[in-house]
Design a protein around this ligand. Sequence first.
Ligand code: NAD
Ligand code: GLY
Length: 350
Amino acid sequence: MNTVHVTASRSYDVLIGAGLLPRLGTEARRLTKAKKAAIVSETNVFPLYGGATAKSLADAGFEVVSFVFPAGEESKSGETYLKLLNFLAENRLTRTDLIVALGGGVVGDLAGFAAATYLRGIPFIQVPTTLLAAVDSSVGGKTAIDLYAGKNLCGAFYQPSLVLCDIDTLNTLPDSIFRDGCAEVIKYGILYDPDLFAHLAEKGLDFDREAVITRCVELKRDVVAEDEFDTGARMRLNLGHTVGHGIEAQSHFEISHGSAVAMGTAIVTRAAATLGICSEETEASILEVLDKFGLPLRCGYTAESLYTSALSDKKRSGGTVNLIIPERIGFCRIAPTPVEEIQSFIKAGL
Ligand code: NAD
Ligand code: GLY
């Protein structure tokens, strides 16, 4: 097992390893005298891991209640959020009790936002069960629900008290969901770490899961320590995301997040090479790694349609959008780009 300590407005450990779920109760008990623990999960994950999670918590003396909602992004909604708050209130959870988010990014974001706001904030633990949640969403304290106008438009920065990542839970992920998470893993290599990138380029999908997840969490820890509230360096984590969100929106969310991020990364990389911001070697190695993981490199949408979607992205700041552009493996620049230049930039990378 590896431990990464995150220092932020609330500091906490991220535990990463095989066979960790049975230890959840003991680890939670170290942190809290809570009487009750509310497991928040969804209909795909709870049948697989809800029993072990509840048993571990009960063995450590918690009174366990469970809130299980339909799997999928549609549940990251105001409606589910209010049902969850009412569930917590009906079960009389107090400010010293505990929420346990068991699932992927949807569960973590929703449960985290409920934890941030129920009784003005109660402790919560993230138990990520997707690769994306393990390397990204469970760490760093971004919590949110979607509004009708767009994804993640209502949320809070609220750090968990512990993240427990049992890598065995990734074994039940459908291939396509695992690959989605790989797009985020590759992102860390491009942004910060040539050695990580080289390991991924060599091993492809057979990468060392415990070591790679740990490295990604360390990299995210460093970003969060520098810019917890996303006003500067943390923006780099949006590599491929501005164009990617446009692709997701254009496809009416038929194209998965990971595939859209991969296409978005490929587009900004090709544009960077065309404009002389990165070398052709850098371009080729990024595209090769994405391809090696079976991730798509091209989309059928026009620069104009992607530009329109990019403009509704919440990362827009006044008349500019912060594009994250690869310069070399291990470094990407944050480029505040006037909205009128976005379309031609995307066109250069299509
Ligand atoms: P998800 O939670 O919907 O999980 C993807 C699919 O995998 C679902 O069908 C789920 O039921 C299934 N699943 C989860 N764990 C499983 C397991 N172990 N075995 C079998 N099936 C399993 O999606 P995700 O990709 O984990 O997360 C996407 C969400 O995360 C989005 O809402 C996105 O906005 C959010 N996100 C948040 C942050 C952040 O910093 N807070 C960062 C990135 C993404
Ligand atoms: N996933 C982006 C962030 O945590 O900032």
